[in-house]
Design a protein around this ligand. Structure first.
Ligand code: ADP
Ligand code: MG
Length: 621
C-alpha cells in the first residue's frame, strides 16, 4: 500500500517521484529503487547493464563521458581518464599522497591544505565536481529507465568516512541536482538488504572487498537501529591487488614482460589479469589463456586456479588481520558475531567465502545477494523508507512529533518542533519560580497538544543540587539533542554552578505509525481548544507568580511601605486569588493582574531587588 504524502502546512498533495539509492563506489557505481508494484528493491539497468564504472573520460571539445565509454580511455588516453575519484573526495593534497602512485592522471599540489584538484589538459576539477558528473549520469540512467523524475537520493559511503568526506558526497549530490535525503553507511545498507534489521542478529560483521579498498565493519542492531561498533580497513587493498599479483606472477616468468615500456601495455596486461581472476572465480576448473602483443612479439599468458590462489593469498591474509583488529576494537570475540555479510565484487573469488565460514563457523555467511548490488539495494530500501512508503522499518530523518518539557501549570514547552530535521540540537534557558529551590524536575514529553497531560511522557529526571538562590536567579539550560538515529538526549545544567544531569530517550520506541498519526491528528483537531487552554493556563501562571512575588515583597519590604500601600496590595492580591479560585476567564484574571501590577509598580520600582526583576523575565518550571 502506497501512502499519499500531504504537506500539512500548505495542504497540498506531494507528487509521486522516484527516490533512488546510489552506491557511489570507487570502481563501480549503481543506482537502485524500490519497485512500487513488487515492493522489492531493484537495480536499475540499461542496455549496458547495471554496473557503471566510476570512470570519467574527458575528450577535447566534448562533454565528459562516464562508465564503459570512458573505461576504454584507460588505455587510449590515461591522462584524460579519471578513476578512483572516491579516494580523493573530501581530502587535501597532503592526505592523498598515499594513493597518488595508484593514479595515472594529474593531481595538483598547490602547496596548501585546501582540497585536492585534478588537472585534465588545462582545466582543473575538484573531486566533488567529478563525483557529481558520475552521480548525474546515474540520475539520468534512472530517469531514462523509469521514465520518471529523480530528484532525491540516498547515497552510501564507507563507515570510516569522516565528516568532510560525507559532506563532500552530499555536495556532489547537490551539484548533480539531487536532494540527498541521507548519507548511509555502506555496511548498514548491505545489512538492510539482507533484512538483518528484522532478525535476531544483534552483532553483524560486514566484509567488503571492492576493487581498491577493503572495509570490515561490525554493527550492532537494536530495534532496527544500526550502530557502527568498529570499522577497520585498508584503503589500498582490494581486487586490484589480486590483479597486480597475477600480473607480477606473469612478469616474473617472462623476460619480455619484465621490460614493458608503454603504460598502455601495462594497462592491457592488468586488464588481462583481471579477466583471468574473474574467469577462474566463476569456474575454478578452467584455465585462462591469452596473448599480449608487445611490439612485434606475441607473449602467451595463462593462469590456473592454484596459481590464482598463490597470488591472492597474501591479500586474503591481510583482510583476516583486519577482521581480528575490528573484533578487538569492538571488544568482541568471533563467537559474538551472529551474522556475516559479504559485499564487493571481489568476494566472488570463492576463497573469501571459505575464509569467512572457517572464521565464523557458527553463523550464516550471507552471500546470496549479488555482492556488487547489495549496497545499492539497501540504499534503495532506505530511500523508500524516507519517502514514507514503508512502515516495517522506522528510520527517521525528521521528528514526527514535537518534543518538549513540562513548564509551570502543566504546559508543554516545545524545544524541537514536529518535522524538524534531525540531527538537531536546541537549548533554552529556564529558571526557578520559588526562592531557595534546589531541585528541578525536568519532564520530557512528545506530542502536539498544549497541555503535557494530553501528550506522551517520555521520561523525567530531577536536576539536584542547584545552589539555593532567590527565585529567578538560577540559569538552567535545558538542551535537547537528537541524533541521526532518532535518539534524544536531554540535559539540564545550572549555568552558575555547573551542576548538570541528563537522560537518553528513544522517542519513537514502542510507537506504531498509526499511533504517531493519531497523535498528529489529535493535535490538529484540538488545536483551537488547546490554544484557549494554553492562554488560560498562562494567565493563571502569571497571576500565581505575581501573587507569590507580591506577598514576598510585603514580607520583606513591609516596614518601608505605607499603611495604604500595604492594605491596597493585600486587597488586590485577595481579589486575584478569588478569581483564580472561581476559575474566572483569563481576561478577568489578566485585568486583575494589571490592577495589582499598576498599584504596586510605583513602590516596587523604588524597592524591588534584582531577583524579582529577573524572576519576572525567565520562564519558571
Ligand atoms: P568498489 O566498491 O570499490 O567500487 P566493487 O565492489 O565494484 O568495487 O568491486 C570491484 C572489484 O571486484 C574489482 O577488483 C573486480 O575485478 C572484482 N570482481 C568483479 N567480478 C569478480 C569476479 N567474478 N570474481 C572476482 N573478482 C571480481
Ligand atoms: Mg563498494
Amino acid at each position: 500500500m502506497a501512502k499519499i504524502k500531504i504537506d500539512i502546512a500548505s495542504g497540498t498533495v506531494a507528487k509521486t517521484a522516484v527516490v533512488v539509492g546510489i552506491d557511489l563506489g570507487t570502481t563501480h557505481s549503481l543506482v537502485a529503487y524500490v519497485n512500487p508494484e513488487t515492493n522489492q528493491p531493484e537495480i536499475i539497468k540499461d542496455e549496458l547493464g547495471s554496473l557503471v564504472p566510476s570512470i570519467i573520460g574527458f575528450q577535447p571539445g566534448q562533454l565528459p563521458q562516464v562508465g564503459y565509454m570512458a573505461k576504454e580511455g584507460l588505455i587510449a588516453s590515461p591522462d584524460r581518464t579519471i578513476y578512483s575519484v572516491k579516494r580523493l573526495l573530501g581530502r587535501s593534497y597532503k592526505d592523498v599522497s598515499d594513493v597518488q602512485s595508484l593514479l595515472s592522471y594529474r593531481i595538483i599540489d598547490d602547496d596548501t591544505d585546501s582540497l585536492v584538484k585534478v588537472m585534465v589538459d588545462n582545466a582543473f576539477y575538484n573531486p566533488i565536481e567529478l563525483s557529481a558528473i558520475i552521480l548525474k549520469s546515474l540520475k539520468q540512467k534512472a530517469e531514462k529507465a523509469l521514465n520518471a523524475e529523480v530528484n532525491q537520493a540516498v547515497i552510501t559511503v564507507p563507515a570510516y568516512f569522516n565528516d568532510a568526506q560525507r559532506q563532500a558526497t552530499r555536495d556532489a549530490g547537490k551539484l548533480a541536482g539531487l536532494d540527498v535525503l541521507r548519507i548511509l553507511n555502506e555496511p548498514t545498507a548491505a545489512s538492510l538488504s539482507y533484512g538483518l534489521n528484522a532478525t535476531e542478529a544483534e552483532r553483524v560483521l560486514v566484509y567488503d572487498l571492492g576493487g581498491g579498498t577493503f572495509d570490515v565493519s561490525i554493527l550492532a542492531i537494536e530495534d532496527g537501529v544500526f550502530e557502527v561498533l568498529s570499522t577497520k580497513g585498508d584503503t589500498v587493498l582490494g581486487g586490484d591487488d589480486i590483479d597486480r599479483a597475477v600480473m607480477q606472477f606473469w612478469i616474473s616468468n617472462d623476460p619480455v614482460l619484465q621490460n614493458l615500456q608503454l603504460l598502455s601495455d601495462r594497462q592491457k596486461l592488468r586488464l588481462m589479469a583481471e579477466s583471468a581472476k574473474i574467469q577462474l572465480s566463476g569456474d575454478p576448473h578452467s584455465k585462462y589463456q591469452d596473448c599480449l602483443m608487445v611490439g612485434q612479439v606475441s607473449v602467451d599468458v595463462s593462469l590456473n586456479y592454484q596459481q590464482l590462489q598463490a597470488a591472492a593469498n597474501p591479500i586474503l591474509q591481510k583482510t583476516q588481520h583486519c577482521i581480528a583488529a575490528a573484533l578487538k576494537d569492538a571488544q568482541l570475540k568471533e563467537s559474538d558475531i551472529q551474522a556475516v555479510v559479504m559485499v564487493g565484487g571481489s568476494t566472488r573469488y570463492p576463497e573469501i567465502y571459505q575464509l569467512l565460514t572457517s572464521m565464523f563457523p557458527h553463523v550464516q555467511v550471507n552471500n546470496q545477494i549479488n555482492p556488487d548490488e547489495v549496497v545499492a539495494l539497501g540504499a534503495a530500501i532506505e530511500a523508500d523508507v524516507l519517502a514514507g512508503n514503508r512502515s516495517d522499518v522506522l528510520l527517521l530523518d525528521v521528528t514526527p512529533l514535537s518534543l518538549g518539557i513540562e513548564t509551570a501549570g502543566g504546559l508543554m514547552d516545545v524545544l524541537i518542533p514536529r518535522n524538524a530535521k534531525i540531527p538537531a540540537r536546541v537549548g533554552r534557558e529556564y529558571t526557578t519560580s520559588v526562592d531557595g529551590q534546589v531541585n528541578m524536575k525536568i519532564a520530557v514529553f512528545q506530542g502536539e497538544r498544549e497541555m503535557v497531560a494530553e501528550n506522551r511522557k517520555l521520561g523525567e529526571f530531577v536536576l539536584k543540587g542547584i545552589p539555593a538562590m532567590p527565585a529567578g536567579f538560577p540559569k538552567i539550560e535545558v538542551s535537547f539533542a537528537i541524533d541521526a538515529n532518532g535518539m534524544l538526549q536531554v540535559k539540564a545544567k545550572e549555568l552558575r554552578s555547573n551542576v548538570s544531569q541528563e537522560i537518553e530517550i528513544k522517542p519513537q520506541y514502542g510507537l506504531t505509525d498509526a499511533q504517531v498519526e493519531k497523535m498528529l491528528l489529535d493535535g490538529f483537531q484540538f488545536a483551537q481548544t488547546d490554544i484557549q487552554m494554553r492562554l488560560q493556563q498562562e494567565a493563571v501562571n502569571e497571576a500565581q507568580q505575581l501573587i507569590y512575588l507580591a506577598q514576598r515583597f510585603l514580607e520583606k519590604n513591609g516596614n518601608m511601605m505605607s499603611e495604604e500601600e500595604i492594605k491596597g496590595t493585600k486587597q488586590r492580591i485577595q481579589e486575584l486569588e478569588r478569581l483564580l479560585q472561581s476559575q474566572a476567564p483569563k481576561d478577568e484574571i489578566l485585568a486583575q493582574v494589571t490592577l495589582l501590577n499598576d498599584f504596586t509598580r510605583p513602590f516596587a520600582e523604588r524597592l524591588m531587588d534584582v531577583a524579582v526583576a529577573s524572576a519576572l523575565k525567565g520562564k519558571g518550571i
